[in-house]
Write a new protein. Structure first.
Length: 303
Protein backbone atom coordinates (compact mmCIF):
# COMPACT_ATOMS: atom_id res chain seq x y z
CA UNK A 1 0.00 0.00 0.00
CA UNK A 2 1.24 3.41 -0.78
CA UNK A 3 0.31 7.04 -1.21
CA UNK A 4 -0.51 7.74 -4.88
CA UNK A 5 2.12 9.58 -6.86
CA UNK A 6 1.58 13.26 -7.60
CA UNK A 7 1.12 14.20 -11.25
CA UNK A 8 4.72 15.41 -11.47
CA UNK A 9 6.13 12.28 -9.89
CA UNK A 10 4.01 10.01 -12.09
CA UNK A 11 5.23 11.86 -15.17
CA UNK A 12 8.86 11.72 -14.01
CA UNK A 13 8.65 8.01 -13.19
CA UNK A 14 7.25 7.17 -16.63
CA UNK A 15 9.86 9.26 -18.46
CA UNK A 16 12.69 7.80 -16.39
CA UNK A 17 11.58 4.36 -17.54
CA UNK A 18 11.81 5.47 -21.18
CA UNK A 19 8.07 5.85 -21.78
CA UNK A 20 6.91 8.25 -24.51
CA UNK A 21 4.27 10.34 -22.74
CA UNK A 22 1.60 12.69 -24.10
CA UNK A 23 -0.13 14.87 -21.53
CA UNK A 24 -3.78 15.05 -22.56
CA UNK A 25 -5.12 18.56 -21.80
CA UNK A 26 -6.65 18.68 -18.33
CA UNK A 27 -5.30 15.34 -17.12
CA UNK A 28 -3.72 16.76 -13.95
CA UNK A 29 -7.07 17.79 -12.47
CA UNK A 30 -9.24 15.09 -14.03
CA UNK A 31 -10.44 12.45 -11.55
CA UNK A 32 -13.39 11.06 -9.67
CA UNK A 33 -12.16 11.80 -6.16
CA UNK A 34 -15.60 13.30 -5.37
CA UNK A 35 -17.16 9.85 -5.63
CA UNK A 36 -14.76 7.84 -3.47
CA UNK A 37 -11.28 7.28 -2.19
CA UNK A 38 -8.08 7.46 -4.18
CA UNK A 39 -5.43 5.46 -2.42
CA UNK A 40 -3.75 3.88 -0.73
CA UNK A 41 -2.62 2.34 -3.98
CA UNK A 42 -1.54 -1.27 -4.18
CA UNK A 43 -0.88 -2.01 -7.82
CA UNK A 44 -1.30 -1.48 -11.53
CA UNK A 45 -4.18 -2.83 -13.63
CA UNK A 46 -3.97 -3.43 -17.36
CA UNK A 47 -7.05 -3.24 -19.64
CA UNK A 48 -8.00 -3.21 -23.30
CA UNK A 49 -10.30 -0.53 -24.67
CA UNK A 50 -12.42 -2.54 -27.15
CA UNK A 51 -11.80 0.30 -29.57
CA UNK A 52 -9.49 1.35 -32.37
CA UNK A 53 -7.81 4.62 -33.28
CA UNK A 54 -5.73 6.78 -31.03
CA UNK A 55 -7.70 10.03 -30.85
CA UNK A 56 -11.12 8.45 -30.36
CA UNK A 57 -9.79 5.97 -27.79
CA UNK A 58 -8.07 8.71 -25.78
CA UNK A 59 -11.21 10.88 -25.93
CA UNK A 60 -13.37 7.96 -24.81
CA UNK A 61 -11.08 7.26 -21.84
CA UNK A 62 -11.04 10.92 -20.83
CA UNK A 63 -14.78 11.54 -21.17
CA UNK A 64 -16.28 8.13 -20.49
CA UNK A 65 -19.93 7.72 -21.41
CA UNK A 66 -23.34 8.23 -19.86
CA UNK A 67 -23.42 5.12 -17.68
CA UNK A 68 -19.69 5.28 -16.85
CA UNK A 69 -18.26 8.80 -16.62
CA UNK A 70 -14.58 9.41 -17.22
CA UNK A 71 -11.79 9.23 -16.58
CA UNK A 72 -11.79 5.52 -17.39
CA UNK A 73 -8.10 5.05 -16.59
CA UNK A 74 -4.92 7.01 -15.87
CA UNK A 75 -3.20 6.44 -19.17
CA UNK A 76 -4.09 5.13 -22.62
CA UNK A 77 -1.40 3.00 -24.26
CA UNK A 78 -1.73 3.23 -28.01
CA UNK A 79 -0.61 0.78 -30.67
CA UNK A 80 2.61 2.72 -31.27
CA UNK A 81 3.55 2.54 -27.59
CA UNK A 82 2.72 6.13 -26.68
CA UNK A 83 1.11 6.71 -23.29
CA UNK A 84 -1.56 9.43 -23.17
CA UNK A 85 -2.16 10.55 -19.60
CA UNK A 86 -5.86 11.30 -19.04
CA UNK A 87 -6.29 11.31 -15.25
CA UNK A 88 -4.62 12.03 -11.95
CA UNK A 89 -6.68 10.56 -9.11
CA UNK A 90 -9.53 8.11 -8.84
CA UNK A 91 -10.68 6.71 -12.18
CA UNK A 92 -13.48 4.39 -13.30
CA UNK A 93 -11.44 1.45 -14.52
CA UNK A 94 -11.25 -1.43 -12.04
CA UNK A 95 -14.67 -1.45 -10.43
CA UNK A 96 -15.46 -4.00 -7.78
CA UNK A 97 -13.26 -7.06 -7.47
CA UNK A 98 -12.14 -9.91 -5.33
CA UNK A 99 -10.63 -9.11 -1.90
CA UNK A 100 -8.53 -12.28 -2.02
CA UNK A 101 -6.91 -10.95 -5.20
CA UNK A 102 -6.25 -7.62 -3.50
CA UNK A 103 -4.60 -9.45 -0.59
CA UNK A 104 -2.48 -11.47 -3.01
CA UNK A 105 -1.37 -8.28 -4.77
CA UNK A 106 -0.60 -6.44 -1.55
CA UNK A 107 1.49 -9.33 -0.22
CA UNK A 108 2.76 -10.33 -3.68
CA UNK A 109 2.35 -13.86 -2.33
CA UNK A 110 1.26 -15.87 -5.36
CA UNK A 111 2.83 -17.90 -8.13
CA UNK A 112 2.17 -17.26 -11.84
CA UNK A 113 -1.33 -15.96 -11.22
CA UNK A 114 -3.29 -14.53 -8.29
CA UNK A 115 -6.23 -16.63 -7.09
CA UNK A 116 -9.08 -16.76 -9.62
CA UNK A 117 -11.52 -13.92 -8.87
CA UNK A 118 -15.04 -14.78 -7.65
CA UNK A 119 -16.36 -11.26 -7.32
CA UNK A 120 -17.27 -8.41 -9.67
CA UNK A 121 -18.77 -4.94 -9.70
CA UNK A 122 -21.85 -5.05 -7.46
CA UNK A 123 -21.39 -8.56 -6.08
CA UNK A 124 -21.82 -8.84 -2.29
CA UNK A 125 -18.18 -9.51 -1.42
CA UNK A 126 -16.57 -7.14 -3.92
CA UNK A 127 -14.10 -4.47 -2.84
CA UNK A 128 -13.43 -1.14 -4.57
CA UNK A 129 -10.58 -1.40 -7.05
CA UNK A 130 -10.74 2.18 -8.28
CA UNK A 131 -9.18 3.43 -5.06
CA UNK A 132 -6.41 0.84 -5.09
CA UNK A 133 -5.08 0.53 -8.64
CA UNK A 134 -3.51 2.67 -11.30
CA UNK A 135 -5.26 1.78 -14.54
CA UNK A 136 -3.96 1.67 -18.09
CA UNK A 137 -6.22 1.10 -21.08
CA UNK A 138 -4.51 -0.38 -24.12
CA UNK A 139 -5.99 0.31 -27.52
CA UNK A 140 -7.15 -3.08 -28.78
CA UNK A 141 -10.41 -4.50 -30.06
CA UNK A 142 -10.18 -7.25 -27.48
CA UNK A 143 -11.36 -9.91 -29.91
CA UNK A 144 -8.24 -12.06 -29.54
CA UNK A 145 -7.13 -11.43 -33.13
CA UNK A 146 -6.40 -7.70 -33.07
CA UNK A 147 -2.58 -7.66 -32.86
CA UNK A 148 -0.54 -6.31 -29.95
CA UNK A 149 2.43 -4.58 -31.58
CA UNK A 150 5.82 -4.99 -29.89
CA UNK A 151 5.96 -1.24 -29.17
CA UNK A 152 2.65 -1.42 -27.29
CA UNK A 153 3.72 -4.42 -25.21
CA UNK A 154 7.02 -2.68 -24.49
CA UNK A 155 5.12 0.38 -23.24
CA UNK A 156 2.92 -1.79 -20.97
CA UNK A 157 6.09 -3.31 -19.53
CA UNK A 158 7.72 0.09 -18.99
CA UNK A 159 4.65 1.77 -17.49
CA UNK A 160 4.18 -1.12 -15.07
CA UNK A 161 7.85 -1.18 -14.11
CA UNK A 162 7.89 2.61 -13.65
CA UNK A 163 5.10 2.45 -11.07
CA UNK A 164 6.53 -0.63 -9.35
CA UNK A 165 9.91 1.07 -9.10
CA UNK A 166 8.40 4.32 -7.81
CA UNK A 167 6.52 2.46 -5.06
CA UNK A 168 9.05 -0.29 -4.33
CA UNK A 169 6.69 -3.00 -5.61
CA UNK A 170 7.57 -6.24 -7.39
CA UNK A 171 6.06 -7.44 -10.68
CA UNK A 172 3.23 -9.26 -8.83
CA UNK A 173 1.70 -5.85 -8.16
CA UNK A 174 0.72 -5.75 -11.84
CA UNK A 175 -2.48 -7.57 -12.79
CA UNK A 176 -4.97 -7.68 -15.65
CA UNK A 177 -8.61 -6.69 -15.22
CA UNK A 178 -9.55 -10.34 -15.84
CA UNK A 179 -7.54 -11.27 -12.75
CA UNK A 180 -9.56 -8.80 -10.65
CA UNK A 181 -13.15 -9.46 -11.68
CA UNK A 182 -14.82 -12.68 -12.85
CA UNK A 183 -16.88 -10.58 -15.27
CA UNK A 184 -13.89 -9.33 -17.20
CA UNK A 185 -11.74 -10.76 -19.98
CA UNK A 186 -9.25 -7.95 -20.57
CA UNK A 187 -6.54 -7.78 -21.61
CA UNK A 188 -7.06 -10.45 -24.25
CA UNK A 189 -4.31 -11.46 -26.68
CA UNK A 190 -1.30 -11.71 -24.37
CA UNK A 191 -0.77 -13.32 -20.97
CA UNK A 192 -0.31 -11.43 -17.75
CA UNK A 193 2.14 -14.04 -16.33
CA UNK A 194 4.44 -13.38 -19.31
CA UNK A 195 4.03 -9.62 -18.89
CA UNK A 196 4.92 -9.92 -15.19
CA UNK A 197 8.07 -11.82 -16.22
CA UNK A 198 9.01 -8.93 -18.47
CA UNK A 199 8.38 -6.40 -15.70
CA UNK A 200 10.40 -8.51 -13.26
CA UNK A 201 13.37 -8.60 -15.65
CA UNK A 202 13.14 -4.88 -16.26
CA UNK A 203 13.03 -4.11 -12.54
CA UNK A 204 16.16 -6.19 -12.10
CA UNK A 205 18.10 -4.68 -14.97
CA UNK A 206 17.17 -1.01 -15.27
CA UNK A 207 19.70 1.61 -14.23
CA UNK A 208 17.97 2.54 -11.01
CA UNK A 209 18.27 -1.04 -9.78
CA UNK A 210 21.89 -1.48 -10.78
CA UNK A 211 24.21 -1.74 -7.79
CA UNK A 212 26.39 1.31 -7.41
CA UNK A 213 30.17 1.04 -7.67
CA UNK A 214 31.78 0.18 -4.33
CA UNK A 215 33.15 3.20 -2.54
CA UNK A 216 36.91 3.62 -2.58
CA UNK A 217 38.31 2.42 0.76
CA UNK A 218 39.66 5.27 2.83
CA UNK A 219 43.44 5.56 2.64
CA UNK A 220 45.04 4.19 5.84
CA UNK A 221 46.41 6.88 8.15
CA UNK A 222 49.46 4.85 9.15
CA UNK A 223 51.71 2.64 7.12
CA UNK A 224 50.93 -1.03 7.77
CA UNK A 225 53.81 -3.19 9.03
CA UNK A 226 55.73 -4.26 5.92
CA UNK A 227 57.24 -7.39 7.57
CA UNK A 228 60.67 -7.86 9.15
CA UNK A 229 62.09 -9.40 5.96
CA UNK A 230 61.37 -6.12 4.15
CA UNK A 231 64.06 -4.40 6.24
CA UNK A 232 66.56 -7.25 5.84
CA UNK A 233 66.84 -6.45 2.12
CA UNK A 234 68.15 -2.92 2.90
CA UNK A 235 65.26 -1.33 1.01
CA UNK A 236 65.18 2.20 -0.32
CA UNK A 237 61.68 3.53 0.24
CA UNK A 238 59.85 6.66 1.39
CA UNK A 239 58.47 4.59 4.24
CA UNK A 240 62.01 4.32 5.71
CA UNK A 241 62.29 8.10 5.70
CA UNK A 242 58.88 8.44 7.31
CA UNK A 243 59.87 5.86 9.92
CA UNK A 244 63.11 7.72 10.68
CA UNK A 245 61.25 11.00 11.19
CA UNK A 246 58.94 9.32 13.67
CA UNK A 247 61.91 7.80 15.52
CA UNK A 248 63.48 11.27 15.75
CA UNK A 249 60.20 12.68 17.04
CA UNK A 250 60.16 10.00 19.75
CA UNK A 251 63.68 10.98 20.84
CA UNK A 252 65.13 7.76 19.46
CA UNK A 253 67.06 9.17 16.50
CA UNK A 254 70.62 7.86 16.23
CA UNK A 255 71.28 9.50 12.89
CA UNK A 256 74.39 11.54 12.00
CA UNK A 257 72.83 13.20 8.92
CA UNK A 258 69.11 12.60 9.43
CA UNK A 259 66.87 9.84 8.18
CA UNK A 260 66.85 8.90 4.50
CA UNK A 261 65.06 6.39 2.29
CA UNK A 262 67.78 3.68 2.39
CA UNK A 263 67.63 1.34 5.42
CA UNK A 264 70.95 1.68 7.27
CA UNK A 265 72.72 0.74 10.49
CA UNK A 266 71.66 4.15 11.90
CA UNK A 267 68.03 3.16 11.28
CA UNK A 268 68.61 -0.16 13.10
CA UNK A 269 70.19 1.58 16.10
CA UNK A 270 67.44 4.21 16.16
CA UNK A 271 64.77 1.53 15.98
CA UNK A 272 66.49 -0.44 18.79
CA UNK A 273 66.23 2.71 20.95
CA UNK A 274 62.52 2.84 20.17
CA UNK A 275 62.10 -0.82 21.15
CA UNK A 276 63.88 -0.18 24.46
CA UNK A 277 61.67 2.86 25.01
CA UNK A 278 58.68 0.56 24.63
CA UNK A 279 60.18 -1.81 27.20
CA UNK A 280 61.57 -4.48 24.92
CA UNK A 281 64.91 -6.00 25.97
CA UNK A 282 67.53 -8.35 24.53
CA UNK A 283 66.67 -9.94 21.21
CA UNK A 284 63.34 -8.06 21.25
CA UNK A 285 65.26 -4.80 21.08
CA UNK A 286 67.68 -5.75 18.31
CA UNK A 287 66.57 -2.94 16.00
CA UNK A 288 64.79 -5.13 13.50
CA UNK A 289 61.20 -3.88 13.36
CA UNK A 290 58.38 -6.14 14.57
CA UNK A 291 54.67 -5.62 14.18
CA UNK A 292 53.95 -4.45 17.75
CA UNK A 293 56.66 -1.77 17.88
CA UNK A 294 55.88 -0.72 14.28
CA UNK A 295 52.20 -0.22 14.98
CA UNK A 296 53.06 1.72 18.16
CA UNK A 297 55.31 4.03 16.12
CA UNK A 298 52.42 5.17 13.89
CA UNK A 299 54.42 5.84 10.74
CA UNK A 300 52.36 8.18 8.54
CA UNK A 301 51.15 6.52 5.38
CA UNK A 302 53.18 7.26 2.28
CA UNK A 303 52.21 6.28 -1.23
ZN1 LIG B 1 -10.93 -3.43 -18.07
Amino acid sequence: MATPLSADRLLAALRAEGVTVVEHPGWRTHHRNHTGAWGPVSGVMIHHTVSSGTASSVALCFDGYDSLPGPLCHGVITKDGTVHLVANGRANHAGGGDPSVLRAVVTEAYGDRPPAPREHQGSPGAVDGNSRFYGFECVNLGNGTDPWPAAQLDAIERVSAALCRAHGWGARSVIGHLEWSDWKSDPKGFGMPGMRDRVRKRLGAAPAARPTAPAQPAAPRYHPFPGTSFFRTAPSSPVITAMGRRLMAEGCGRYRVGPGPRWSEADRQSYAAWQRKLGFRGADADGWPGAASWNALKVPYTK
